[in-house]
Design a protein around this ligand. Structure first.
Ligand SMILES: O=C([C@H](O)CO)[C@H](O)[C@H](O)COP(=O)(O)O
Length: 212
């Protein structure tokens, strides 16, 4: 089980400073969608240059032109690129093919907004994606939703892909997540919103290590 730090509400220098604090405890740095909207793929390039030993995920949430978007993100240094599960199968297929062409790049499909989780998880699993991620976005978190039940549902049907989970995970709710054994745990505000980010990231890594 790996830990991904999601950077959403920072600029490039703030993001690099934040990762410096917690780099020993994380496996993947996510350049979040808001950062990419504000800074472009330069943010991916800058993070990869600053931390060549960490995997970089570009949270593009691709909806069309999967092959092209994955090519551009890969060229910028992304190791993992996100595609929306609600995109067309052709878009997801194009993304997977391009990731293979680029050599060792991975595709994470984000299930945000999917109504029939079981069915779509089986379908995207069959398309050869690397990760299937259940995700409660900010807007549903604000309505009190969490991704924990969805993770159980997806874990029960996925046969090939690794599973990931995101959406409001905090130190206090992490054990509930670990109990379902996803392959990748994604945490944004649960680390970046804490005053002692290093201590929280260290405790999260410890819990994951014990539960993995
Ligand atoms: O993907 C995300 C969201 O849609 C904003 O782009 C976040 O990175 C993801 O939800 C993890 O962040 P937290 O919910 O703050 O843990």
């Amino acid at each position: 089980m790996e830990l991904q730090l999601a950077l959403d509400l920072v600029d490039i220098p703030q993001g690099i400073a934040l990762v410096k604090e917690v780099e020993s405890y994380i496996d993947v740095v996510e350049i979040g969608t808001p950062v990419i909207i504000n800074e472009g793929l330069h943010a991916v390039k800058a993070m990869k240059e600053a931390f060549p030993g960490l995997k970089i995920l570009a949270d593009l949430k691709v909806m069309d032109a999967g092959g092209y978007e994955v090519m551009k993100a890969s060229e910028a240094g992304a190791d993992i690129v996100t595609i929306l599960a609600v995109a067309e199968d052709a878009t997801i297929r194009g993304a997977v093919e391009e990731a293979r062409t680029q050599g060792g790049k991975k595709i994470l499909v984000d299930m945000i907004g999917v109504k029939n989780l079981e069915q779509r998880a089986k379908e995207v699993d069959a398309l050869g994606v690397d990760y299937i991620c259940v995700h409660t976005g900010y807007d549903l978190q604000a309505e009190g939703e969490s991704p924990f039940e969805a993770l159980k549902t997806v874990k029960s049907v996925v046969k090939h892909a690794r599973t990931a989970v995101a959406g409001g995970i905090k130190l206090g709710t992490l054990p509930e997540v670990i109990a379902v054994q996803p392959d990748l745990v994604i945490v944004g505000g649960g680390i970046t919103g804490e005053s002692d980010k290093q201590a929280v990231a260290a405790q999260m890594k410890q819990l994951i290590h014990q539960g993995a």
